[in-house]
Write a protein that binds this ligand. Structure first.
Ligand SMILES: *Cc1c(COP(=O)(O)O)cnc(C)c1O
Length: 355
């Protein structure tokens, strides 16, 4: 019962098979191979637009490169204060951009509000030499709270950003899970909603190690071949990245994997909602859920070998915050999570709750 993260599981067998198949024979190196070229075509097809595509091995590299394409070293990148780029990337965005400043904005349930962005823009006027200059907005979809921006919220934020001359990045480590829940097309969830550059995650959703920087406004991609090489993310045997992305996209495999993960989270959320004493401060939308557990249930679950993380309570109101003998935890499912794992977890929680 591992609900610690969506990367606690392995890789999708279909993607592993594709890597093995790509092993045969000789190809051009450094991403000039047919696997990588085909992966880029498949991405352009999936997103209904010609895209510039750069494959890398980690989401941190994808985010940091994407931001480097959008901001000068003296730029400001507006993001949520709990964003992965702000909290979990050890300064990689600052490093890859040559020193841009991340400005973390407060907002409920992991989301930036239009008012919050507008207030922040007021604090960074253009031309004031003492201050970093507004350059980019970065939105996580799904957010670090497992919540989603609606398409109209995205449009409001990206309109505001573009109006102020910012480029817009989306951290889509869980883009697949988000698209499944939103029920829209990948294009509607990205460039049609005003996203200029997308970090398109695959690793958490079943790849071995592969993420794509997708640049919709291809004029912004001119420097990225050099930035990626300089960052050490231009793989000489690039075919193995290409093969992963090919298999991820083929036959909508990525959608199917995300659907599975989301369904397991829905099953978990449904079961937990019926157990007295467990409460969720906000609704589950993708493959992550956040719950306050009574201490007895938390201890019983951990005793039975369940793995999951305690989570920071900064995003909770006083009403939502855990009490004396309660824990606030994050539970994440993945394509590899099974019904049996979810049901066993629920059984232990129910028993510990006295039912
Ligand atoms: C996991 C994750 C990433 C990517 O992290 P890596 O460990 O560098 O692959 C980026 N953004 C979010 C929101 C994530 O959850």
């Amino acid at each position: 019962m591992d609900f610690a993260s969506d990367n606690a599981g392995g890789a999708s067998p279909r993607i592993l098979q594709a890597i093995i198949a790509a092993n045969a024979g000789f190809t051009a190196a450094y991403g000039e191979d047919e696997f990588t070229r085909d992966a880029a075509v498949r991405i352009s097809d999936a997103f209904e637009r010609d895209c510039a595509v750069f494959l890398v091995t980690t989401g941190t590299a994808a985010n940091a490169l994407a931001l480097a394409a959008l901001t000068p070293p003296w730029g400001a990148v507006f993001c949520h204060e709990d964003a992965h780029i702000c909290d979990d990337e050890c300064g990689a965005p600052e490093f890859y951009t040559g020193g841009a400043k991340l400005v973390g904005l407060h907002g409920p349930q992991g989301k930036i509000t239009a008012q919050g962005l507008s207030d922040a823009l007021d604090l960074y006027p253009r031309g004031r030499v003492k201050q970093v200059q507004p350059a980019a907005l970065s939105l996580s979809q799904a957010t670090e709270c497992g919540t989603l921006y609606t398409l109209s919220e995205l449009a409001d934020l990206t309109d505001l950003a573009h109006g102020a001359g910012l480029g817009v990045h989306m951290d889509g480590a869980r883009f697949a899970n988000a698209v499944e829940t939103l029920g829209c097309t990948p294009a509607e969830a990205s460039w049609k909603a005003g996203i200029d550059v997308l970090s398109f995650g695959a690793t958490k959703n079943g790849a071995l190690a592969c993420e794509a920087v997708i640049v919709f406004d291809t004029a912004r991609a001119a420097d990225l071949p050099f930035r990626r090489k300089r960052a050490g993310h231009t793989l000489s045997k690039g075919r193995f990245l290409g093969a992963q992305m090919q298999a991820y996209l083929a036959d909508d495999h990525w959608r199917e994997l995300a659907r599975g993960a989301n369904e397991m989270a829905a099953r978990l959320a449904h079961g937990l909602a019926a157990i007295p004493g467990i409460r969720a401060p906000w609704p589950r939308q993708v493959n992550e859920m956040f719950v306050v557990l009574p201490g007895a249930i938390d201890r019983a679950l951990r005793q039975a070998g369940a793995r999951y993380y305690d989570w920071g309570t900064r995003g909770l109101t006083a009403m939502q915050a855990p009490g004396a003998d309660e824990s606030f935890v994050r539970l994440v499912t993945s394509f590899a999570t099974t019904h049996e794992q979810v049901d066993y977890f629920l059984r232990i929680a129910r028993t510990a709750a006295g039912g």
